[in-house]
Design a protein around this ligand. Structure first.
Ligand code: DGP
Ligand code: NA
Ligand code: NA
Length: 215
């Protein structure tokens, strides 16, 4: 308040959730909401399947190629690093960036594989130094509600056993984290959207929009 508009940075908003929690629709609705409020908004999603690294990830997720658990983990991380600079520049120039999946999916989906040499601690290391979100919205959904929403798609990870471990690990990491809003995504789209809007509005109000993005 009272500061020239050009000194204000945008917010970094991450949306995380289980497969079928309605993440992409909610990101779209949030984007519309923030645009109406006068924010310049950009929406990006990880993995970004369009880059050379993203194409390797896409092929792996579709089951067309195999990768060692550690290799694919590092590729997912590299895919965030190759976009990170662009995110920082957008934020610095006043654009608010909504990110659909980020480091939290990164560590959780890899650690859920129960590979003895791929712990949560190991999985965090390549994420250190990436821009830190101002808020992370976690869309939680019960196994029962997820089942009602129809069958899984064909991609790797879209099976009950994996999703159960992913759900538990998300809980484990978000319990210890600040700046996270846990949203019950089992509610109606409108209710979920209202909760997201209120969490994000609170975050932006508290944000030191002149301070640098944290790492
Ligand atoms: P999506 O396009 O949002 O449906 O994500 C594709 C799948 O990839 C989904 O099951 C979550 C998983 N995923 C997203 N990011 C990462 C990551 O960094 N590492 C791993 N291992 N999996 C990820
Ligand atoms: Na998915
Ligand atoms: Na990763």
């Amino acid at each position: 308040t009272g500061l020239p508009a050009q000194t204000r940075r945008g917010a970094l908003i991450v949306v995380e959730g289980l497969d079928r929690a309605g993440k992409s629709s909610q990101c779209e609705m949030l984007r519309g909401f923030l645009s109406e409020q006068g924010h310049v908004v950009k929406y990006i999603r990880f993995p970004d399947r369009t880059t050379p690294i993203g194409k390797l990830i896409d092929s792996y997720l579709r089951g067309s190629s195999h990768q060692d658990d550690h290799s694919i983990h590092l590729l997912f991380s590299a895919n965030r690093w190759e976009i990170a600079k662009g995110i920082e520049e957008d934020i610095a120039s006043g654009t608010t960036v909504i990110v659909d999946r980020y480091s939290y999916s990164g560590v959780v989906y890899s650690a859920a594989k129960a590979n003895p040499t791929l712990s949560l601690d190991w999985a965090w290391q390549p994420e250190i130094g990436l821009p830190r979100p101002d808020i992370c919205l976690f869309l939680g959904i019960s196994p029962e509600e997820a089942a009602k929403r129809g069958g899984f798609g064909a991609e790797r990870y879209e099976n009950e056993a994996m999703q159960t471990r992913v759900r538990q690990l998300f809980q484990t990491i978000f319990e210890k984290m600040q700046d996270v809003a846990i949203i019950d995504a089992g509610k109606s789209m409108d209710e979920v959207s209202k909760e997201i809007q209120s969490a994000v509005t609170g975050c932006i109000a508290r944000l030191d929009t002149c301070g640098a993005l944290r790492k």
